[in-house]
Design a binder for this molecule. Structure first.
Ligand code: CUS
Length: 152
């Protein structure tokens, strides 16, 4: 199912902390991702060899995490209609990083978990909205992956 306009607004109404501090939240998301799904750490060469300690306060990890949160924010602010953001993201992740599409599902689940845990006020309606927004995000990324003929 596609997220509705109200659902983007519902999520965005709680999103200010992430917008204000994308690096910190992005860092938490990537650390949680690597913990729960260790093989995901191997997808980016700059993170592969890092120990758990080295993943703390790591500027590269914070920078990449910040990008993840900012891209998702842009996607929501565009009401899911801004194709350019996702197209660029799909291209870099397919062609350059070669990330299998299943990882967008996995990172979405982690984002959901972290947001609900860390952000005040995310009630059941906002949670459903966030789930649908993330689902739409994955679907659209999948469509670009199809266009690129990557990882079917
Ligand atoms: O960067 C980005 O942006 C992406 C995310 C979104 C949500 C799409 N990514 Cu990168 C992803 C991933 C990573 O980083 C790691 C691992 C897996 C996946």
């Amino acid at each position: 199912m596609c997220a509705s306009g109200e659902e983007y607004d519902a999520v965005l109404s709680f999103w200010d902390p992430l917008k204000a501090d994308p690096k910190s939240y992005g860092e938490i998301v990537l650390q949680r991702l690597f913990e729960t799904k260790p093989d995901s750490q191997k997808l980016f060469p700059k993170f592969t060899a890092l120990s758990k300690e080295q993943l703390q306060n790591n500027p590269d990890l914070q920078a990449h995490g910040g990008i993840v949160v900012c891209k998702l924010t842009e996607f929501m602010q565009g009401g899911g209609r801004d194709k350019k953001t996702l197209k660029d993201l799909a291209e870099s992740h397919a062609k350059q990083h070669k990330i299998p599409r299943i990882y967008f599902q996995i990172i979405s689940d982690v984002i959901f978990e972290v947001v609900v845990e860390k952000i005040e006020g995310f009630g059941t309606d906002a949670q459903t909205a966030l789930k649908n927004v993330l689902k739409t995000f994955q679907t659209q990324m999948g469509e670009f992956y199809d266009e690129l003929g990557f990882d079917d």
